[in-house]
Design a binder for this molecule. Sequence first.
Ligand SMILES: CC(C)(COP(=O)(O)OP(=O)(O)OC[C@H]1O[C@@H](n2cnc3c(N)ncnc32)[C@H](O)[C@@H]1OP(=O)(O)O)[C@@H](O)C(=O)NCCC(=O)NCCS
Length: 168
Amino acid sequence: MNHSNSELMMTVLMTPDKANFIGNVHGGDLLKLLDQVAYACASRYSGKQVVTMSVDQVTFRQPVHVGELVSCYASVNFTGNTSMEIGIKVIAENIQSQIKRHVNSCFFTMVATDQSGKPTPVPTFTPNTPDQFRRHKGAELRRELRRHYEEESLDIRQSKAILESGKS
Ligand SMILES: CC(C)(COP(=O)(O)OP(=O)(O)OC[C@H]1O[C@@H](n2cnc3c(N)ncnc32)[C@H](O)[C@@H]1OP(=O)(O)O)[C@@H](O)C(=O)NCCC(=O)NCCS
């Protein structure tokens, strides 16, 4: 696979229409931007239509201000059979001072779909550089954690259903 297709950068100016009630950028607007970046990165890499399966670790550690430039650096970290983990690092830049801040890093799982909306295989991503190996290893761990979390959540839901059926 051509690895130049596995990374993507998108920069957007934070205009006043994105402000929340206290004048900073609305979290929902940033989430929409991150989803678009993940979509573009995954769809360009796979050459397929993709949908968002899950989002991990979206933590807004610092506010993003109206008037700042937000740059999203996205990479394919890992591919399964039909899914891709896309990591995104978000940098906010004050245009006048050019001071940059790392405001968020997050991970999207995108699934490639065929014309009927069913999952379809994606090209295997093989890491080449030290950064790609590091991200790939982290992505493998997160994939295991997601599986574990799904199984535990299912157990909790099933226990709750058993308890509730005993009440009636
Ligand atoms: C994405 C979708 C097509 C997957 O269909 P599905 O029948 O659940 O697919 P599968 O169980 O075969 O899983 C597909 C992939 O998702 C992965 N996956 C499943 N659950 C997951 C989870 N909780 N987190 C991350 N990845 C997950 C699977 O491991 C698999 O990847 P792999 O092939 O690389 O191993 C389907 O769930 C869907 O249409 N979801 C709605 C997507 C959408 O509309 N998103 C926009 C928000 S509304």
